[in-house]
Design a protein around this ligand. Structure first.
Ligand code: SF4
Length: 231
C-alpha cells in the first residue's frame, strides 16, 4: 500500500478505490481537523466545501485550517428566507470565500409533481458546475442523519463525478455537533428552535416531532429521501 503521505493521483483518472478505503479507515480515529488538513494540503485549490448552511460546524472547522477555502452554496431558489439570512450571517462572520450557484431555470412548480427532476435541476446540476475542474469536494454528511447515510466513508471516490469526496464529520453524533456548537459559540440556524432538524427547500421541508428521524421532515409523504447530491 502506498505511503499515506504520498500524493494521490486525481483529476481525470479515477484513483485506486482500495487506497481511498485505507485512508478512510486511517481517518476513523483522527479528528476532523486532521482530515481537513490532509484534504487541503493534498488537493489545494482543487478542493471545494459544499455547505447546506443548516449549521456552520464544518465551515468553522475548515476555515480554522484553510481560511480561504472555497465554500459553495447551492441556492435552489426555494430556500427559506431564514436560510438566506443565515448564509449571510455566516459569510460575514468568517469573511467566507463563498460561491453561490443558482439553477439555470427560473421559478416553477416542478417540485409539486417531479421532485427528482426539480432536485436534479436545482441542486445536482449546479453542484456539477461547482465541481468542474476540481479534484475533490468536502461535505458535512454524517452517518447518524439517516439510514441511507449509515455507511458514509470519511474518504471515497465519487465515481459519477470523478472527484474525491471527503466527509470529515461522518462519524460525528448529534451530541458531538451540539457540543462543538456550544464550545465554539456558533450561530444556530433560526429554524432549529422551531423543530426543523434537517433544513432544505421550503416546499419539501417540515419540522419533526421529538423522537422522529431528523430527516423525516424532508420530502414527507414521498419515498424520496435524498436529493441526489449524495449518491
Ligand atoms: S428539495 Fe424540493 S424544491 Fe428543493 S430542489 Fe428538491 S424538489 Fe425542488
Amino acid at each position: 500500500m502506498r505511503d499515506l503521505s504520498e500524493p494521490i493521483p486525481v483529476a481525470a483518472e479515477p484513483v485506486d478505490e482500495a487506497e481511498l478505503a485505507a485512508l478512510a479507515a486511517h481517518f476513523e480515529s483522527r479528528p476532523a481537523t486532521a482530515i481537513i488538513r490532509w484534504a487541503t494540503e493534498r488537493f489545494g485549490d482543487g478542493l471545494v466545501l459544499s455547505a447546506s448552511f443548516q449549521d456552520c460546524v464544518l465551515i468553522d472547522l475548515a476555515t480554522r485550517v484553510a481560511p480561504r477555502i472555497e465554500v459553495v452554496f447551492l441556492d435552489t431558489g426555494y430556500h427559506f428566507p431564514e436560510t438566506i439570512d443565515y448564509v449571510e450571517e455566516v459569510r460575514r462572520r468568517y469573511d467566507l470565500n463563498l460561491r453561490v450557484l443558482r439553477p439555470s431555470v427560473g421559478p416553477d412548480d416542478r417540485w409539486r409533481f417531479d421532485a427528482n427532476g426539480c432536485c436534479r435541476t436545482r441542486k445536482v446540476e449546479p453542484l456539477e458546475r461547482a465541481l468542474e475542474g476540481r479534484t475533490a469536494w468536502m461535505t458535512g454528511l454524517r452517518r447518524v442523519e439517516a439510514p441511507t447515510r449509515a455507511n458514509t466513508p470519511i474518504v471515497a471516490w465519487d465515481r459519477p463525478r470523478r472527484v474525491v469526496k471527503i466527509n470529515p464529520l461522518a462519524a460525528w453524533t448529534d451530541a458531538d455537533v451540539e457540543a462543538y456548537v456550544a464550545e465554539r459559540d456558533l450561530p444556530v440556524h433560526p429554524l432549529m428552535e422551531q423543530g426543523y432538524r434537517s433544513i432544505g427547500c421550503w416546499p419539501c421541508t417540515r419540522p419533526v416531532a421529538d423522537g422522529e428521524d431528523v430527516r423525516a421532515g424532508r420530502w414527507a409523504g414521498l419515498a424520496k429521501t435524498e436529493c441526489g447530491l449524495h449518491i
